[in-house]
Write a protein that binds this ligand. Structure first.
Ligand SMILES: *Cc1c(COP(=O)(O)O)cnc(C)c1O
Length: 340
């Protein structure tokens, strides 16, 4: 059933799928991307032999549209999502979707569902989910030769509510192999992190923190967000690893941290070092920053800043980025695109 805008409570949206009026769809066949268009049908019909159902050719993106105070709508760095989508496609042997068309399609979906962009100050946003799947029949392991690219939109509340510190547990599992698909935004990485995250939730943790898959010594990332720490010397540090996703939020915070004199650096961070951070956080589009209250490892809980309060550096970085996203502050050139 289609979502009706009058049935929405902007303050209590959660992070759940809703069937909005329009989505964008384009198909790839005969060696090229066909013209795409907005469609109303939220279902995709697949053959039982479709590649994605067996060998997992699926990649996706996540970005948001923000309602400004003046009623206009901002997109935050959609070109970066378009580019990462290209990199993910290449890793999964899929045909990249043209980046300019990706951004154009995002805008079309926002415009078509404009009444679903939550009001300014509700804390809610319109989340966009571009994705691509291999649809042609395969039996032997091979890449598909037909694909569907889609973007749907869903109004969402804050993914993990605001700036409340959360508890994390170090997982014994790996989410991605060293030279595997960790740098691609693909469903397979999430499939492998589902069991660990189900177990973590059952035990009261917000999510897992994964270690590097080769030595289990360095911090990699959370299930769906990158890690940063603020050292005792006040430096912003975030892991450098071949098995983590390059977060656009992370890339943006690296720039803001530089402006704030936090001397940011990407390098390996041992778990022991992470325990001693002054502050730490999880970075991603869904939550922007989710402060790390504690990290549990081998049955021992290491409190980072505080289990109930958010540290000053994290608070400042969070406010700075959110103000830029909503157009309250001017960010670096090209970060924000305001729709006409
Ligand atoms: C999407 C994602 C992130 C966050 O990336 P953003 O571009 O900041 O939203 C981090 N880690 C993983 C595994 C992800 O899938």
């Amino acid at each position: 059933m289609k979502q009706r805008v009058e049935d929405l409570d902007w303050k209590n949206l959660g992070f759940v799928y809703r069937d909005l009026p329009y989505r964008y769809e384009a198909k790839y066949k005969d060696g090229e991307w066909q013209e795409g268009k907005l469609v109303e049908d939220s279902t995709i019909t697949l053959s039982e032999g479709a590649e994605v159902l067996h060998y997992g050719q699926e990649i996706f993106e996540g970005l948001k549209a923000y309602r400004r105070e003046d009623g206009k709508i901002n997109l935050f760095r959609p070109d970066q999502n378009a580019h990462r989508f290209t990199l993910s496609a290449q890793r999964l042997a899929m045909p990249p979707f043209p980046e300019d068309r990706f951004v154009e399609a995002v805008k079309q979906v926002v415009h078509a569902n404009e009444e679903f962009v939550p009001p300014y100050d509700s804390g809610a946003t319109l989340y966009l989910r571009p994705f691509m799947v291999g649809t042609s029949n395969v039996l032997g392991v091979q890449a598909a030769d037909e694909y569907v690219f889609r973007i749907f939109a869903v109004p969402v509340g804050a993914y993990i509510k605001g700036l409340n510190p959360a508890d994390y547990i170090v997982s014994d599992y790996d989410r991605a192999a060293y030279a595997g698909t960790g740098q691609a935004k693909t469903s397979g990485n999430y499939a492998s992190s589902l069991l660990p995250s189900v177990e973590a939730h059952k035990n009261g943790y917000a999510d897992c923190l994964y270690l590097d898959p080769r030595e289990h010594k360095y911090v990699d990332e959370f299930g769906g967000a990158n890690f940063y720490g603020i050292t005792q010397e006040g430096q912003f540090v975030t892991p450098k690893s071949k098995s983590i996703l390059i977060s656009i939020t992370k890339r943006s915070l690296l720039e803001l941290a530089k402006e704030q004199g936090l001397n940011p650096v990407e390098r390996q961070i041992t778990l022991e070092e992470a325990f001693k951070m002054k502050e730490a956080g999880a970075m991603g589009t869904a939550a922007v920053i989710s402060p790390v209250g504690s990290i549990t490892y081998n049955g021992k809980k290491h409190v980072i800043y505080s289990e109930t309060e958010t540290g000053p550096v994290t608070t400042k970085l969070y406010n700075e980025l959110v103000d830029i996203q909503y157009g309250k502050k001017k960010g670096p050139e090209g970060w924000v695109q305001t729709l006409d």
